[in-house]
Design a protein around this ligand. Structure first.
Ligand code: C5P
Length: 240
């Protein structure tokens, strides 16, 4: 399947039309941004690793009956995916307090939550993705009540699946962000990516950060962390 015209360019990915009107080709770039685009860099090979990590995780989710936009990984940087219209929400799942939640509530990073916390944000770069509640999402027409219920149900399934997977490779899943899309039949699918760009991963025992916080906080060896996550995941898949 060959790439056709570029339909959209985001911070870390490009979306191309394909020969099939129901499918798109998503290209993973090396570009990294943080703090709503204020900090920018190119991290050599990050796109390749995020493509590979997302591929493994979406395959695992598909095997567990969770529908995603992923169809096939074409090469080191490109995935063939179902074409969806993106629901303009970022769904954040937190198992452990970190990042903006630690700041907002003045609670120490690393505090384990009594149950997972789900946050939703309106996906809008100019506004800095403001946090909203369910009535905003439905009232403003970002999703219907039924779609939001489906999104939360899938989000919960994804959290349980990812926690189980990462536990087996000695990684703590601290928090992560999901995005959803609707296909031509109106079906809600998990979209975007699941990678160290969109998750916080801490090594069990040491709590070493193995995710984009190494870039955000200038902790060094960003790519080494992404390689570590891919290495552990691929070894786990191959041993199964
Ligand atoms: O910044 P914050 O602590 O709210 O991020 C929570 C989680 O969501 C982190 O894993 C972060 O990587 C992810 N996130 C994301 N894209 C955003 C905002 C947050 O992937 N725009």
């Amino acid at each position: 399947m060959e790439k056709q015209e570029m339909m959209y360019e985001g911070k870390a990915k490009q979306v191309y039309a394909s020969e099939d009107p129901n499918l798109v080709i998503i290209h993973y770039k090396d570009d990294a941004t943080a703090f709503n685009g204020l900090k920018k860099a190119s991290i050599s090979n990050k796109g390749v690793l995020n493509n590979k990590i997302t591929t493994i995780l979406f395959q695992q989710l598909n095997q567990r009956g969770i529908r995603t936009h992923w169809v096939e990984t074409l090469n080191d940087r490109d995935q063939l995916c179902r074409k969806v219209s993106i629901v303009p929400l970022e769904v954040i799942v937190r198992n452990v307090v970190a990042g903006s939640m630690a700041k907002k509530f003045g609670i120490e990073e690393g505090t384990v939550l009594k149950e997972p916390v789900f946050e939703i944000c309106y996906k809008n770069d100019e506004l800095g993705d403001p946090m909203i509640n369910d009535t905003h999402a439905v009232g403003l027409g970002f999703a219907t009540r039924d779609e939001l219920d489906q999104i939360y149900a899938i989000t919960s399934q994804v959290n349980e699946a990812l926690k189980e997977i990462f536990d087996q490779i000695n990684i703590r899943l601290i928090d992560f962000k999901l995005e959803f899309g609707k296909d031509s039949e109106g079906q809600i699918l998990l979209a975007d990516e699941i990678s160290p760009d969109t998750c916080r991963f801490w090594e069990k025992g040491t709590d070493k950060k193995l995710d984009k916080d190494r870039f955000r906080r200038e902790l060094g060896d960003v790519i080494g962390a992404y390689e570590e996550i891919y290495g552990r995941l691929s070894q786990w898949v191959n041993a199964k």
